[in-house]
Structure formats: C-alpha cells, structure tokens
Ligand binder design. Structure first.
Ligand SMILES: [Mn+2]
Length: 243
C-alpha cells in the first residue's frame, strides 16, 4: 500500500551562496506512523494540476498533514482577519485539488490538524480564523511536548472514529489556534473537546474520510496509532474491491 503524505514548502536561502534553496518538508512522525502500519509512505510535494490525476491513480490512501500556516480564508469566502496566521496558497491549492480528486475515486483519506481544516473547507465548510472568535474556548495551543496530551476528547458513539478507538473518551494533544466553525457537505462531527471545539470530522458511509484536529502520529497510545492502522486497512479493502 502506498500512502501519500503532503508536505510543507519552506523558504530557505543557501547560506554559502545566498541563492534561494526552498525545501519540501514534513515531520517524520507522519511517515513513521504510516510505516508502522505496514504501508509505504511517500511524500508529496505540491505539483501543478496536471499531475493530480496520475498521482491519485497511483496512491492507495492519503494523509493531509498540518503545518504552521492557515487555510486562506478566501477558500471559505471570508476576508482575512488580523488573527489569521500565515497562508501558503501554493500548498493549500494543491491539497484542495488532491482532496477533490481523491474523493472522486473514493481514495481513503486522513486529514490531520491543518489537514482536517482544509478537508472541511474543500467540502464547503468554514473555520474560526482564531479560537478567540469562539467564546468559551479553552487552551488548544499546548506549550509542552506534543507526545503528551493536553485535553480530553469525547468521541461520538457509533462514529467511525469511536469504532477505531474502541472507546468514546480519549486524551488528545492540541497545537491549533483555528477550528471548524461550520461543517462541510456530508461531514459529521466525530469528536469534541470539553469546551465544544470540534476535534474530529468524518463522512459517514463506506468511504474512509476522516479528519482529526490533533496529532495521533505523535501519541504512543494504541488508540491513536489505530487511526493510521484504520487508514491502511481502508486502503487494502479498496484495493481488494477494485482489482
Ligand atoms: Mn484541541
């Protein structure tokens, strides 16, 4: 199974020569989590639209990763307000096109943190540009190690996520300043924090479409690793059905 992981574009300058030397990067925790399931991770740099279809044709599943940037509010028809973070239109455009093409062929997909947010936006949902726009929100930017949790989650009974975890309460890490405000078409909430912030979304039905606001790849607990295992399992099932 080949599982694609989107990556970040980071501006760099070659220190010796002073020329641009941008890099594509993704935290290795994503690739490690995928590899632990037995699937093979491949990193996906943003490519022009003509590459999207062939790319999606070769992949068995997709991880849309997060990063220190926000989805351009124009994607959900809002002006950018001051507390919105930096944007990366090249990456977000690529991820949006990848999600659309993936959905069209029932490619199993997992959106993580910012990846969940672009998944929601691609399906027509909206975001709080900063959690300060949402009265009563607790702390979602933990100052400590991502390998340690920050807040509890309540998983929706009967959801795909609750099935994967095998329980309805779980502790999550939390490194986000935005959150889902309105759900994209066909999505439902599958987890919330105690303050009501939406922490996971999914599409009900046979196709694996799941977004989590936290970083399960950084948490050792089996219930979190099970999310990646479920993605690989969905990829295997799809392959069996289509070959
Ligand atoms: Mn959170």
């Amino acid at each position: 199974m080949l599982i694609g992981i989107t990556c970040n574009i980071e501006a760099r300058i070659d220190a010796k020569r002073g020329c641009p030397a941008d890099v594509f990067l993704t935290p290795r925790a994503y690739a490690d989590a995928v590899a632990r399931t037995g699937a093979t991770p491949v990193l996906l740099p943003p490519v022009p639209p003509s590459h999207i279809e062939p790319l999606v044709g070769r992949l068995d599943a997709l991880v849309i990763s997060g990063g220190a940037f926000d989805v351009p509010p124009a994607y959900y028809h809002e002006p950018t307000r001051p507390l919105c973070g930096p944007q990366n239109d090249e990456r977000s455009r690529f991820e949006r096109a990848l999600i659309q093409a993936g959905l069209a062929v029932a490619l199993p997909m997992l959106g993580v943190c910012g990846g969940m947010q672009i998944l929601n936006v691609t399906l027509g949902g909206g975001l709080f540009q900063d959690l300060s726009e949402r009265p009563g929100s607790g702390e979602h930017q933990q100052p400590h190690d991502k390998r340690q949790p920050q807040h509890p989650l309540r998983l929706a009974p009967g959801s795909r996520l609750a099935q994967i975890a095998g329980r309805t309460n779980l502790m999550a890490n939390s490194t986000h300043h935005q959150a889902v405000r309105t759900l994209g078409t066909g999505l439902q909430v599958s987890a919330t924090a105690p303050d009501g912030v939406i922490e996971a979304i999914e599409a009900p039905g046979p196709n694996f479409v799941l977004g989590v606001q936290w970083h399960p790849e950084s948490l050792e607990l089996q219930e979190h690793q099970a999310i990646y295992q479920a993605l690989t399992k969905a990829a295997q099932t799809r392959t069996t059905l289509t070959r």
